[in-house]
Design a protein around this ligand. Structure first.
Ligand code: SF4
Length: 192
């Protein structure tokens, strides 16, 4: 088997492991994995992007799937609407106090994976991170991953994507391990 195929196989198994850990939490708290993913996303990102359209792209699912999940999260009072001042059909989502408590309990769902990663030394972790960040960027360029908020796709990034990285917003060089995969300050680079 070629090395690429073995790596692919490994990524599939890791993805299954993460899904199964998420499922365990879902069963424990009586909500579905997509509802957990939405709740965690809204908790960890700025309100401007927390709407049905963006979430559908983020999780590669239909708007109808997101709308159903959001309806239940609103009903269970884990999320609430932040209505647009000009158009009350448009809204973003924010996490309620009850939602924050649930996020706190859910935040350790991937703990077994984090603990195993912590066994690698700094150089090994840096190599894994380097490869993953480039793979995510390349897959975004091909349209396989629809949304990414990484340095390589950000208007503030300057560099060669290999050895030299600089953030114009932070006005600072970035080490390889400081490249962000999900940056709160990310702004998409104009195409062309
Ligand atoms: S703003 Fe964030 S994503 Fe953009 S280059 Fe700076 S650190 Fe990277």
């Amino acid at each position: 088997m070629k090395l690429e195929a073995k790596i692919l196989n490994g990524l599939e198994r890791l993805s299954e492991a993460l899904k199964s850990l998420l499922w365990e939490q879902a069963k424990l708290y009586g909500i579905s994995p997509i509802q957990i993913q939405i709740l965690l996303f809204v908790h960890n990102h700025k309100t401007e992007i927390c709407n049905v359209s963006y979430l559908a792209k983020e999780f590669n699912v239909t708007k109808a799937t997101v709308s159903d999940a959001v309806r239940i999260l609103l009903k269970k009072e884990f999320l609430e609407k932040d209505l647009s001042p000009t158009d009350n059909r448009r809204y973003n989502l924010i996490v309620t106090t009850g939602g924050k408590e649930l996020v706190q309990r859910l935040s350790t769902y991937a703990l077994p994976v984090s603990e195993e990663l912590a066994r690698f030394d700094e150089q090994e972790l840096s190599g894994i991170f380097d490869t993953l960040s480039k793979l995510i960027f390349q897959l975004n360029q091909r349209g396989v991953i629809q949304v990414q908020r990484t340095c390589f796709n950000c208007k503030y990034y300057q560099g060669d994507q290999k050895n030299s990285h600089y953030c114009k917003l932070l006005e600072s060089p970035l080490k390889q391990q400081e490249i962000r995969l999900d940056c709160g300050e990310f702004e998409e680079k104009a195409v062309g």
